[in-house]
Design a protein around this ligand. Structure first.
Ligand SMILES: C[S@@+](CC[C@H](N)C(=O)[O-])C[C@H]1O[C@@H](n2cnc3c(N)ncnc32)[C@H](O)[C@@H]1O
Ligand code: SF4
Length: 409
């Protein structure tokens, strides 16, 4: 969730939703995202909506009071969603650095979600964590409080790469965090980044092998994006570090797929691999499959039945609104049929099961044969299963495939 908010229309002060959007609640999986906007330091490449404690100042939102603000937003959610409140299937606490909050506060927020919505018996409950901000006791407390999964920001195993990213963690702490999470009974995911300036293919291979040697249940690997306004973007602009290169990133994606595939991890979304089908991140699959979700926290986005809204960005404004019993939603938009179609294509085609050919509009259906001929879409899946599934080359060029399916060229 990069930190720039869309324009949209003003959101109503009570957050009320149209009846036709509410009517979709019983039909779709429902998730809750909780954004924790604090980090001990900001990494030079990161554009997420997060703040160091010095940036927030003494009188603003704080780590100590954050859980109370989040619980107030959950009360508001109960009023807005009304009697059709669905049971929550997935919870994802992301950031920022959620593990800067005390484990007891994260568990308190989860209890709030359970009290307000009810939590499915087999709910997936994830928190993101930085390797240096977890302890065995904290992870144990999270597991006892109902968390089922932890996603650790490993990024790289190579010290000089971590230095360019300005990651402050000790690489050895990734292994310690994974061991402690597993001992607590939590599933583990690792996040990796490739394409960092100065990262050789050998470095990337070392990171992949280090990740695989820890045997996590799930691995995400993202190409480094140079986000406008970050310190990294300024360094690239001044020529202090080279920009990531497409060919280098493509070669590293293929290496990732080879190493992860060879170790038994199957891709199920262009940037995500899981050791077993049950280890796929159900919360993210909900985002990619037109699910409904409520996003709690500053700058968090929500979606119910084609209505999308987003909260005020700054934690102080967020806490202030909730203290005055005003919805923190700043803007909203109701997606048109065309926008929903575009999103379905954009997100659905990135999944391993792809898109039913029959869901495409006429021009999209007509483009499939050409995409197969160009080696971007799997011909057998298109003919036998009538689905548009990306080949590996297609995964590298997913944006091109989407443009062609949408007739944009
Ligand atoms: C925003 S972080 C939050 C969790 C935690 N603070 C961490 O750093 O792992 C979630 C993931 O987004 C990745 N990320 C942030 N900025 C990125 C960028 N510019 N390019 C690629 N990945 C990025 C992070 O490295 C991390 O794995
Ligand atoms: S720790 Fe994570 S959220 Fe915080 S600045 Fe770094 S990448 Fe962004």
């Amino acid at each position: 969730m990069p930190s720039t908010l869309p324009e949209g229309d003003p959101a109503p002060p009570d957050g009320r939703l149209p009846e036709d959007a509410l009517a979709t609640l019983p039909e779709r999986p429902f998730g809750v995202y909780v954004h924790v906007p604090f980090c001990s330091v900001r990494c030079g490449y990161c554009d997420f909506n997060t703040y160091t404690l010095t940036e927030l100042g003494a009188d603003g939102a704080s780590v100590a009071t954050y859980a109370d603000a989040a619980l107030r937003e959950l009360d508001l959610a109960a009023t807005v969603l009304g009697p059709a409140l669905p049971k929550v299937q997935t919870v994802f606490v992301g950031g920022g650095t959620p593990t800067m909050l005390a484990a007891a506060d994260l568990v308190r927020v989860l209890r709030g979600i359970r009290d307000v919505f009810g939590l499915a018996d087999d709910a997936e409950v994830t928190t993101e964590a930085n390797p240096d901000s977890v302890t065995p006791e904290g992870l144990q407390a999270l597991a006892e409080g109902g968390f089922t999964r932890v996603s650790v920001g490993m990024q790289s195993a190579v010290p000089h790469v971590l230095r360019v990213l300005e990651r402050t963690h000790d690489p050895d702490n990734v292994g310690r965090a994974v061991e402690a999470a597993r001992a607590a009974g939590l599933q583990v995911s690792l996040d990796l980044i490739y394409g960092t300036p100065g990262e050789s293919e050998q470095d990337w291979l070392a990171s992949l092998e280090a990740a695989v040697s820890l045997a996590p249940d799930h691995i995400s690997a993202y190409a480094l994006v140079v986000e406008e306004g970050t310190k990294l973007a300024a360094q690239v602009r001044r020529g202090q570090v080279p920009a990531p290169e497409d060919d280098d990133e493509a070669a590293k994606y293929e290496l990732a797929d080879d190493v992860l595939g060879g170790a038994g991890y199957g891709w199920y979304e262009v940037s995500n691999w899981a050791l077993r089908e049950e280890a796929r991140c159900r919360h993210n699959v909900g985002y990619w499959s037109d699910g409904n979700w409520w996003g709690v926290g500053p700058g968090a986005h929500s979606h119910v039945g084609g209505v999308r809204w987003w909260n005020v960005k700054h934690p102080n404004a967020y806490a202030g609104r909730l203290a005055s019993r005003v919805s923190p939603a700043q803007g909203r938009e109701t997606l048109t049929a065309d926008q929903r179609y575009d999103e379905r294509v954009l997100l659905g085609v990135r999944l391993v099961d792809g898109l039913p050919v029959g869901d495409l509009r006429e021009d999209g259906r007509r483009s499939v044969a050409g995409l197969v001929a160009d080696g971007l879409v799997d011909g057998a899946a298109a003919v036998r299963r009538r689905r548009v599934v990306l080949t590996r080359t297609g995964r590298l060029l997913a944006d091109t495939v989407v443009r062609r399916l949408l007739g944009l060229r």
